[in-house]
Design a protein around this ligand. Structure first.
Ligand SMILES: [Zn+2]
Length: 223
């Protein structure tokens, strides 16, 4: 899915007379000052039981939670650029200071539900790539990990249950995707919301089994 351009989003905002979900001002679905004012935590943190650094741009509460629900559950695609901005900041936190001008992004698989007709993570990732490109980092999205079997609904499960439901549910992507993932470093695994980190950790495990080492996991928010 192509993200809407800023221009198209602006036109839609005018036509639909949207209001910012944080301050209520008419205009963008989530205005730039409110996105900028949203509290961030861009320091890499650990993921319990795993040795891969994790950066979640914001906490999954308040306006961020409202925006993610509005985007994912109600399909308000006008929020993709704002959520993409947060995701881009989390990706940058892993690459910042390395002097790298290119990177590979591997999305956690399993988000694309054809029945819903909307690849929510894919839309946010594309928007994140636009933000990264504007800041001088060319990011290529590579589906180097794919779903082997559906792990089933993991919402509501505890940490250990989530990990065992997800274990073995993923496999390496096509050989072309594997090759592309090896070519361009650093490689960052991305997800929208990290709760226990079970699916992101499984994605990292599949990459490592294929001899590919990610520099970290980046997400929009931490629940
Ligand atoms: Zn606002």
């Amino acid at each position: 899915m192509q993200p809407l351009s800023t221009w198209a989003t602006d036109v839609l905002d005018l036509v639909l007379a949207r209001a910012c979900l944080a301050c209520g001002e008419p205009g963008r679905a989530w205005c730039s000052p409110c996105v900028a004012a949203c509290p961030r935590d861009l320091r890499p943190a650990g993921l319990a039981g795993h040795d891969v650094p994790l950066v979640c741009a914001a906490r999954y509460d308040g306006t961020v939670q409202d925006a993610i629900i509005e985007y994912k559950e109600r399909g308000n695609r006008a929020l993709a650029p704002m959520l993409g901005r947060l995701l881009a900041e989390a990706v940058s936190a892993h690459v910042h200071g390395t002097g790298e001008t290119a990177a590979t992004i591997v999305p956690v698989p399993g988000h694309h539900r054809p029945a819903r007709g909307f690849d929510a993570l894919g839309g946010a990732v594309q928007a994140a790539c636009s933000h990264l490109a504007a800041s001088g980092l060319r990011a290529a999205v590579v589906p180097a990990v794919r779903l082997g079997r559906d792990a089933g609904p993991i919402k509501g499960l505890g940490r250990a249950q989530r990990h065992s439901a997800v274990a073995g549910s993923m496999q390496p992507g096509s050989s072309r995707a594997q090759r592309r993932a090896r070519e361009r470093r650093p490689l960052v695994v991305v997800d929208d919301v990290v709760t226990t980190g079970a699916t992101a950790a499984e994605t990292v495990a599949v990459l490592r089994a294929a001899g590919i080492e990610p520099v970290g996991i980046a997400a929009i928010a931490r629940a």
